[in-house]
Design a protein around this ligand. Structure first.
Ligand code: SAM
Ligand code: SF4
Length: 326
């Protein structure tokens, strides 16, 4: 099959598919304190509609799908949906991002359904800090979820959003997790999605994260594997796990961007920070797979060359990450 390419020749093979805007946490970087208006139930795509989008996306060149949300594991029927998705011919990778709260009881089912890898978001190893960042989370449940996922044999990536003055003192503790166990720990720069007042102070650039790690650890750069995504990855001398640093703000990776995003209400976006988007519902409801393929193709064609955000400035309209899927 001919690869799906955008107007500047980037190959687009990765779809982030959000199945819900609902969440059982309220992370401070993802949504404002006052919470968010939920999308009406009737506006949320059915599993049949989400499946059709996935199937058509794979038919035009997508071979990796990440299921995201809100929190994908809160949507009823998610396991059977995933099982169905995993059977799409041509889909090479089905992976999922979760906050881990429900993983303890769901990890085994996710594995049986055909999910190949899990990214688990975890921003603190201290119960109080974790509860403050997530505004309600119970760290013990997430840790139990991670353990359950490991016992099911899932390769695990832990994603920590690093915020100066909030959890940056824990960077080395997180790195230590990768020395004692075969997991990947990824440090993600805080993105000003919600444009909270003073966000610039929260951004800890990837270069500073690395410098702090290198004061204590010997980091050996790893070759960028195919489908590895935007992280710069490192092996730690003498350790079984690996580390990654993701720098969407200080050092954007737009030239290698390979993704499109579909929200739970059926909006397709070519870039998190660009205003351009297309409502897929009319194409979906027309019943024509050709029209759906053309609409997905149109967002690929109009993918912006890069976002305009820097550690000091951003120009996008504030949005809740939970409504797009990160
Ligand atoms: N609820 C799931 C979770 O938290 O993993 C999936 C959805 S969440 C929106 C997807 C990812 O986006 C998470 O890893 C989260 O940490 C990340 N994220 C959300 N807001 C962010 C921000 N402002 N800056 C950096 N990462 C963010
Ligand atoms: Fe929920 Fe994930 Fe957003 Fe946290 S980051 S509020 S867990 S959607």
């Amino acid at each position: 099959m001919k690869p799906l390419q955008d107007s500047i020749g980037r190959t687009i093979n990765y779809l982030r598919l959000s199945v819900t805007d609902r969440c059982n946490l309220r992370c401070r970087y993802c949504m404002p304190e006052e919470g968010i208006g939920k999308i009406a139930h009737g506006e949320i795509l059915s599993y049949e509609e989400l499946y059709r989008i996935a199937q058509v996306a794979v038919a035009i060149g997508i071979d990796k799908i990440r299921i995201t949300g809100g929190e994908p594991l809160v949507r009823k029927g998610i396991v059977s949906f995933l099982q169905h998705l995993a059977e799409i011919p041509g889909l090479k990778q089905l992976v999922l991002t979760t906050n881990g709260v429900l993983l303890e009881k769901m990890a085994a089912d996710l594995s049986l359904a055909g999910v190949q890898r899990l990214n688990i978001s975890l921003d603190s190893l201290d119960p109080k800090t974790f509860a403050q960042i997530s505004r309600c989370g119970d760290l013990a449940r997430v840790l139990a979820g991670i353990e359950a996922a490991q016992s099911c044999g899932f390769p695990i990536k832990l994603n920590m959003v690093v915020m100066r003055g909030i959890n940056d003192h824990e960077i080395l503790d997180f790195a230590t997790l990768a020395t004692s166990s075969a997991i990947t720990v990824r440090f993600i720069e805080y993105m000003p999605a919600i444009r909270e007042h003073g966000w610039q102070q929260l951004v800890l650039p990837g270069s500073e994260i690395l410098a702090r790690l290198e004061q204590r650890l010997t980091l050996i750069p790893l070759e960028q594997a195919e489908m590895a995504g935007p992280a710069r990855n490192f092996r730690i001398a003498g350790a079984s796990g690996t580390l990654g640093v993701i720098t969407p703000v200080s050092h954007h990776f737009c030239s290698e961007c390979n993704r499109i995003r579909v929200t739970a209400s059926g909006t397709v976006k070519g870039c998190l920070f660009a205003g351009s988007q297309i409502d897929l519902k009319p194409s979906l409801r027309s019943g024509s797979d050709l029209l759906l393929a053309q609409t997905l193709g149109a967002i690929v064609d109009t993918k912006p060359v890069r976002h305009q955000m820097t550690p000091d400035e951003c120009h996008h309209q504030a949005f809740n990450m939970s409504s797009i899927g990160g």
